[in-house]
Each structure stands twice: as structure tokens, then as C-alpha cells.
Design a binder for this molecule. Structure first.
Ligand SMILES: *[C@@H]1O[C@H](CO)[C@@H](O)[C@H](O)[C@H]1NC(C)=O
Length: 291
């Protein structure tokens, strides 16, 4: 067999090299590997997300699934300290709101693998806190699908508070995923309405079922008083913020009726306040109203 002339050999070699680099070369293999790692990560996260709405992460999981590329999903991470001995009252409240948000997403018809909700507890991943130079909890950070978190990816807790609705607005800003927050039902509103109707009904009954009481100053004074008491005890805030009636600590089983911070209150707390504003003043206003 005759040897190929040199001028023909060189381009042939070049073509072979190009083919090697293009189809079976390290570039394509890397791409395929990346794709495999990515789908493995997404599958893992989906499996966890199907079991609980907020995925608990330690340092290892955080580094592998949140920090390291490749990623095509956002992860919202709550950094917190929920162990009782940390005595972080705000952490517990923020956690409740975060669970409401994550649950609203998990059971939403719009649920996709574009975004995941996770948390790192200080006692399970203190190395992560160190790595991110974080020294306060709770902190919410969005780790976007591409690149590192930017300024706006850290939630401004001090400014916006930790209500699930506020968190949802921030998530929509950062990730374009819109979550409609669905809270467990709250019976305080109907209860107050019932109370008001009972009072009016009682007045009608006492007044002999006619509408004279509409012209009655006492009736109006009484209604105004009820209104003032309802407002000053925070019934309106209950409607706006929709807090739980009371908080039961899942670890100790102890029930709290008074909120730990001055930033919020439970429904039970407003009823206690209401009671306290009625009790000491009772004899006074009975005298003023009915004499
Ligand atoms: C991310 O990539 C994985 C693997 O290719 C894929 O299954 C998943 O649907 C992708 N997610 C999004 C939001 O495109």
C-alpha cells in the first residue's frame, strides 16, 4: 500500500482530531456528566419535597445541592436555630410562617421543580453558618438558579417582617414564582361577629322587639364602646394578619397564649386584652352608660 503524500495527510489528521474533539472529546463527556449530576440532584430534591414541604439540610447536603453548580433551580433557604436551648423565639414564629408558605407551594397546582424550600438549623450545619459568615438567625436567602446570591437575595427581615405573604412577595420578586399563601382556617372572625350579633340581638330583646333602640343614645353608646374595645384589643389586626389562636410548642407540648415578641400577637392574646379592658372599667362604664 502506497503511503499518502504529506500534503494530503495533514488536513486528514486535522479532520480526525476535530471529529474526536467534537463528538467523543472531553467537552461532550463533561456536558453529559453535568446533565446527569443535574438530573440526579433534581430527582433527589423532588423526592424530599414530596415528603415534607421544607427540606432540612446539613452542611453536606447544602454544599452539594445548594452551593455547587450545576443548578437549574432556585433554593430558598431559612437559616435558623430551632433547638429549645437556643431560645430563639423569633425563629419559631418565622418557621411557622415559612412552613405556611412552603405548604402553600407544595399543594399548589403550579408546583414545579423550579424552586425548592430548605432550611439549615444552626445545630445541624454550623459549618454553613461559618462559610456564609452569618451571625444572625433567622435569615432567609435565595440561591438563584444561576450564579451567586446578590444583595436582594437576602430577605430584609427587619424591614418586611416574616409574614408568609411578605415572604411570598419577595420570592416572586426574586424567582418569578408566584405563590398564593393559604392559611389554615381561623375562627376568630366569625366568633367576634357572632358576639356582636348576640349583643345586638340581646338589645332588641330587652327593648321589646321594636326598633326604638335605634333612637336610643344608650344603645349607640354601648355599640361605640364595643367598637372601641374591639379595636383597642386588636381584633382588627387579627383580620389583617390572621395569626394563630395560640401557639403549641411541638417539643414540649406547652401552649403559649401570649406572643413572645412585641411585634405580633395571637388571637388569644387579644381576647385577654379585651377582658382586661372590660373588667376594671366595668363598674365605671355601667354607671356611665346606664345611669
Ligand atoms: C433541570 O434539569 C433537569 C435535568 O435535565 C430536568 O429534569 C428539569 O426539568 C430541569 N428543571 C427546569 C426547571 O428546567
Amino acid at each position: 500500500m502506497a503511503a499518502l503524500p504529506v500534503p494530503l495527510l495533514a488536513p486528514l489528521l486535522a479532520v480526525v482530531l476535530l471529529l474526536l474533539a467534537g463528538c467523543g472529546g472531553p467537552g461532550a463527556a463533561g456536558q453529559r456528566r453535568k446533565e446527569m449530576v443535574l438530573s440526579e440532584k433534581v430527582n433527589q430534591l423532588m423526592e424530599w419535597a414530596s415528603k415534607r414541604s421544607v427540606i432540612r439540610m446539613n452542611g453536606d447536603k447544602f454544599r452539594r445541592l445548594v452551593k455547587a453548580p450545576p443548578r437549574n433551580y432556585s433554593v430558598i433557604v431559612m437559616f435558623t436555630a430551632l433547638q429549645p436551648h437556643r431560645q430563639c423565639v423569633v425563629c419559631k414564629q418565622a418557621d411557622e410562617e415559612y412552613q405556611i408558605l412552603a405548604n402553600s407551594w407544595r399543594y399548589s397546582s403550579a408546583f414545579t421543580n423550579k424552586i425548592f424550600f430548605a432550611m439549615v438549623d444552626f445545630d445541624e450545619g454550623s459549618d454553613v453558618f461559618q462559610m456564609l459568615n452569618m451571625n444572625s438567625a433567622p435569615t432567609f436567602i435565595n440561591f438563584p438558579a444561576k450564579g451567586k446570591p446578590k444583595r436582594g437575595d437576602t430577605y430584609e427581615l427587619q424591614v418586611r417582617g416574616f409574614a408568609a405573604e411578605q415572604l411570598a412577595r419577595w420570592v416572586a420578586d426574586r424567582t418569578d414564582v408566584h405563590i398564593r399563601v393559604i392559611r389554615p382556617p381561623n375562627y376568630a372572625g366569625p366568633l367576634m361577629l357572632g358576639l356582636l350579633l348576640a349583643v345586638i340581638g340581646g338589645l332588641v330583646y330587652l327593648r321589646g322587639s321594636n326598633l326604638d333602640f335605634l333612637y336610643n343614645k344608650t344603645g349607640w353608646a354601648f355599640a361605640a364602646l364595643c367598637f372601641v374595645l374591639a379595636m383597642t384589643s386588636g381584633q382588627m389586626w387579627n383580620h389583617i394578619r390572621g395569626p394563630p389562636y395560640a401557639h403549641k410548642n411541638p417539643h414540649t407540648g406547652q401552649v403559649n397564649y401570649i406572643h413572645g415578641s412585641s411585634q405580633a400577637q395571637f388571637v388569644a392574646e387579644t381576647h385577654i386584652v379585651l377582658l382586661f379592658s372590660i373588667l376594671p372599667g366595668r363598674s365605671m362604664w355601667l354607671v356611665t352608660v346606664f345611669c
